[in-house]
Each structure stands twice: as structure tokens, then as C-alpha cells.
Design a protein around this ligand. Structure first.
Ligand SMILES: NC(=O)c1ccc[n+]([C@@H]2O[C@H](COP(=O)([O-])OP(=O)(O)OC[C@H]3O[C@@H](n4cnc5c(N)ncnc54)[C@H](O)[C@@H]3O)[C@@H](O)[C@H]2O)c1
Ligand SMILES: O=C/C=C/C=C(\O)C(=O)O
Length: 505
């Protein structure tokens, strides 16, 4: 195998790792009430580096009780937006000030390359700053019927928000829920992913220092089927924001249904990148490589299927696979690394099983296994399969690793049929210099988000979310605030009400 790798370095362990990871409930770090724990591995040595408290129903009950008290009695929901914004900006400052430390912890826990983890930490700060600005600028609807009525919207935080997050870029995705929930005046219980609890353990200190009142933020670690399940089923948690697999989303949807909870679901993807023959080929290659191999391919919006128009298919394959073979795989802490270690041996096994399936379904052009020369760790060489048929499992199923399926097409209609021919609908990337084609295709493609001649960059005011099995509802900008608040309509009649006078005859 010809994959480029970094020199095998001694296993790097960051300074200041906690002795154990606890919950944070009502302003205190605590263990599980029954003492339950689980072991956390680092993805390079695959050995246990810390023991974490495994939250059970009783721990969730305690966290929800604290969050409820902070909501009912506390100042947080009643503060002026500008006062809340001041605290959110202090949180952003603190995240920025320790971005290198955060990235180091995140890289150690997730296996993400350090340069990319640093970008994600900075984006977490940005999320807090963005929602601080948004609530200060927020204006709500007012309707005037001249001489008769004024109606206005009274926006109210809903209550205790349950936030359940995945392991792929944990700190950033936690911030993507924490920032708008807190900005809205909700109090929260966060249940981070069990593979990666390390960076979440830093939130409590950041929030305390920024002056967030006690009980507003609560953290319960633990397994999805235990802590996550108890949070979803808790009667005093009226809304759940979930990011994770579509299958888990379905389960949570069912469990939350009897209580008619508010749900926001950011789920899986199998997003197409469609490259037309008239595209800027070099730019398309840069973007489609980044699209599936950044964040180790563990990215919800990964462009994991590339559809290429026939006249440029061979040239695309040649250039793409040559570049993919040169991607540097190795020690996540090495700044030269482009693809690090996958999060966990279970996930590594899953991705490797798809690599083996791919060998029977497509033509292997790059990668195809674990690169040589790296002692331990969940490394997978960037893997490229060509000539993949639309009924192949590697075309249809989310792999969530550095594996891409490439398929040729002849017409716009065929490209559209291929793009839409999966159960997911998160993102689509379109490469063409034909304006009409770009917009027509965007209208018809089944995706919550479309990028035209661009990789995955966006303004935080835009809606973020998927269609079909990729999600329910949208977060991002004021849509996040809408999710965490009720919009109560207040109707005022000016002058005499002139109510029909029942019983007056
Ligand atoms: N659309 C998006 O914005 C987005 C972003 C990132 C990741 N993802 C998706 O997340 C997935 C990878 O993350 P993952 O493997 O951590 O997902 P997952 O569904 O296994 O777990 C996500 C979270 O849900 C919890 N959980 C599991 N079972 C639960 C249950 N029964 N009740 C309540 N909580 C439960 C887990 O403990 C974890 O905290 C991929 O499918 C990826 O596409 C989507
Ligand atoms: O797994 C990836 C989730 C990514 C989220 C964003 O890229 C975003 O909020 O811009």
C-alpha cells in the first residue's frame, strides 16, 4: 500500500488529563449516584485513559431537577438579552483563549488531526459570539390593524432543553446546541457522546468563570441507552435537540412521541458531490478530496459519493486517486497529518468492513485498508472506489470514514436520479460553470443544504439541517432561537372591544 504516513512517533499524551470524568450537576462535579462508570479509550493506543461516570436515570433526575430550579427560580430566563449576551461573549473569549488546549484534548480523545481540531475549537467560540449577537438584535413580530388592534409576539424560553450529541467533532457540536439554548434563556442538560467525554468536561469551568448562574448548565455523561434514554423520557424536559445516527433519531422520535416533545434532529448523510464536465476540475478535485477526507471522513456533511460526468470521468479518477494516495495519515497530534485515527476500534471495524465490501462492489483505486508503518491506532488509508453501482451498499449506506464511492453519469437527469437515489438528504455539492444547470439542479436535488462550486463553508445565519432520513427541522440563525422558544401571540384591542353581546337580548 502506498499511503503516505507520518513518522511513527512515541504515543503523545497531553498534560493535565483528568483523573476521572464526572457529571456536573447544580454547580458541582459528582459521580453517579450508584457509582457506575465506563472506560474511555484513546484512538491511538486503544487503551483506557480515563474512567467516566456512567449516568443512570437517578443522575438524569438530579440534573433535570437542578435545571428546572434554575429555570423556575433563577435569573437566567428573565435576564435581558444583552445581559445574557455579555456572558455568552465571555464564554466565547474563554474558548478562544484556550483553543490550543481544547484542540489538544479533542485530538487526543477523537483522533482528529490537530490542525482541524483547532479550527473546530475556534468555530465553537464563534457559535457563542454569533448567538450573543443574534439575541441582542432579535426583534419579534408586531401586527397593527389601524384603529382596532395591536398583536405582538411574546417570545419565551421553553424550559429545560435536553441536548444529545455525537463524537465526531464533539466540542463544536455541543456548542452548536448550547449556545442557542442558553441564548434563548433555556437551562440545559447535556449528554455528550460516550466515546469522547473529554472536551465536554471543560465546559463547566468555562461557564462558571463566565458567570453563568448555578444550575443553568448540567452535564451527565454515560451511555445512550441509559443516560440518553432517561433524558429523552424525562417528563420535565419539553424539548430534545439530537445529533447522531438516523437509526438513533428514529428511536428517540418514538420515545419522545407520547409526551409530544419538541424535537430537532440532525442525522446521518450520504451526500453527493456532482462534477459536470464544464466544471473547474482542479477546484472540484480539491473540494471533493476535502469533502470526504477532512475530519477523518467522520463528518455528517461528507461528500461521500462523487458523481462525475462521463467525458471527464477517467481524468477525474486519475487525478483524484493520485492525490488521495498522497494524503498524509498518521499521528493526530502531528500538524502535518491530514487524516488521523478513527474514534474507536468498534468504529474502525465498521469502516474496515465497508472497505472489504467495497472491494466486491467497486474498483479500488487508492487505499483499501490500514496503512503500514503505524504501530497502533485506528488508521484507515483514504480509500477510493470507482465504477460503483447505485445499488451497492457503499453507495447507499453511511460509512462515516475516509471512504468514497465514485460513479459516472451521462445526463443531468441521470445525475439527479443518482444523487436522489438514497434514503439520506443532508448536503449536495455541485460543480459546474453553467448557471442555469447549477440552479435547476439545486432546485431538484433532495438535500437540506447545497453548495455550488464550493466546499463546506457557510454563514451561521443560514438554516442547517437535512431532509428525508437526514433530519427533522432546521437549526442555524434565528431558526435555532425559534426551536428553543415559544412564540406566544398577545392580542390587544384598541378602544371598545365590541364583543357580540350573548344573552343581552
Ligand atoms: N446532521 C448533522 O448535523 C450531524 C452532525 C454530526 C454527526 N451526525 C451523525 O451522527 C452519527 C455519528 O455519531 P454517533 O455514532 O455518536 O451517533 P449515535 O446516534 O450513535 O449517538 C449520538 C448520541 O446519541 C446517544 N444515544 C444513543 N442511543 C440513544 C438512545 N436510545 N436514547 C438517547 N440517546 C441515545 C449517544 O450516546 C450519543 O450521545 C452519524 O450518523 C453522523 O452523520 C449528524
Ligand atoms: O458532522 C458535522 C457537522 C457539521 C456541522 C457544521 O458543519 C456546521 O454547523 O457548519
Amino acid at each position: 500500500m502506498t499511503t503516505a504516513t507520518t513518522a511513527a512517533a512515541p504515543h503523545y499524551v497531553p498534560a493535565g488529563l483528568p483523573q476521572r470524568i464526572q457529571h456536573y450537576i447544580d454547580g458541582q462535579f459528582v459521580d453517579s449516584i450508584d457509582g457506575a462508570t465506563f472506560e474511555v479509550l484513546d484512538p491511538v493506543s486503544n487503551t483506557t485513559y480515563v474512567t467516566a461516570a456512567a449516568g443512570q436515570k437517578a443522575d438524569i433526575d438530579a440534573a433535570v431537577a437542578a435545571a428546572t430550579r434554575a429555570f423556575v427560580d433563577g435569573p437566567w430566563p428573565r435576564m435581558k438579552p444583552r445581559e445574557r449576551a455579555r456572558i455568552l461573549n465571555r464564554i466565547a473569549d474563554a474558548v478562544e483563549a484556550q483553543d490550543a488546549h481544547l484542540a489538544e484534548f479533542e485530538t487526543f480523545d477523537t483522533g482528529l488531526p490537530i490542525t482541524q481540531a483547532l479550527g473546530q475549537a475556534q468555530r465553537a467560540a464563534e457559535n457563542f459570539r454569533f448567538f450573543a449577537d443574534l439575541i441582542v438584535a432579535q426583534s419579534d413580530d408586531t401586527y397593527k390593524v389601524p384603529g382596532s388592534q395591536v398583536n405582538y409576539v411574546n417570545r419565551k424560553p421553553i424550559g429545560v432543553a435536553g441536548l444529545i450529541t455525537p463524537w465526531n467533532t464533539p466540542f463544536m457540536l455541543e456548542s452548536w446546541k448550547l449556545a442557542p439554548a442558553l441564548a434563548s434563556g433555556c437551562t440545559v442538560v447535556l449528554k455528550p457522546a460516550e466515546f469522547t467525554p473529554l472536551s465536554a468536561s471543560l465546559w463547566a469551568g468555562i461557564f462558571e468563570d463566565a458567570g453563568l448562574p448555578q444550575g443553568v448548565f448540567n452535564l451527565v455523561n454515560g451511555l445512550g441507552e441509559e443516560a440518553g434514554d432517561a433524558l429523552v423520557k424525562h417528563p420535565d424536559v419539553p424539548l430534545i435537540s439530537f445529533t447522531g445516527e438516523s437509526r438513533t433519531g428514529q428511536l428517540i422520535f418514538g420515545n419522545a412521541a407520547p409526551m409530544l416533545k419538541g424535537l430537532s434532529m440532525e442525522l446521518g448523510g450520504k451526500s453527493p458531490a456532482v462534477v459536470f464536465a464544464d466544471a473547474d476540475l482542479d477546484a472540484a478535485i480539491d473540494s471533493t478530496l476535502f469533502g470526504v477526507f477532512s475530519l477523518n471522513g467522520e463528518r455528517c456533511t461528507a461528500g461521500s459519493r462523487i458523481l462525475v460526468e462521463r467525458p471527464i470521468y477517467d481524468e477525474f479518477l486519475e487525478k483524484y486517486s493520485a492525490r488521495a494516495s498522497k494524503i498524509v495519515v498518521g499521528d493526530p497530534h502531528d500538524p502535518a497529518t491530514e487524516v488521523g485515527a478513527l474514534v474507536h476500534p468498534e468504529h474502525f471495524d465498521k469502516v474496515m468492513s465497508y472497505v472489504e465490501i467495497g472491494k466486491t462492489e467497486g474498483r479500488l483505486l487508492a487505499g483499501g485498508g490500514r496503512p503500514e508503518g503505524l504501530p497502533t491506532g485506528n488508521y484507515v488509508a483514504p480509500t477510493v472506489f470507482a465504477d460503483v453501482e447505485p445499488d451497492a451498499r457503499i453507495f447507499q449506506e453511511e460509512i462515516f470514514g475516509p471512504v468514497v464511492a465514485i460513479t459516472p453519469f451521462d445526463t443531468d437527469d441521470e445525475a439527479l436520479e443518482l444523487a436522489n437515489g438514497v434514503r439520506y438528504g443532508l448536503a449536495a455539492y455541485i460543480w459546474t460553470n453553467n448557471l442555469e444547470r447549477a440552479h435547476t439542479f439545486s432546485q431538484r436535488v433532495e438535500a437540506g443544504m447545497v453548495w455550488l462550486n464550493s466546499h463546506n463553508v457557510r454563514d451561521l445565519r443560514t438554516p442547517f439541517g437535512g431532509v428525508k432520513a437526514s433530519g427533522l427541522g432546521h437549526e442555524g440563525g434565528y431558526r435555532s432561537i425559534d426551536f428553543y422558544t415559544d412564540q406566544q401571540a398577545v392580542h390587544i384591542t384598541l378602544g371598545h372591544a365590541h364583543t357580540p353581546r350573548f344573552g343581552a337580548a
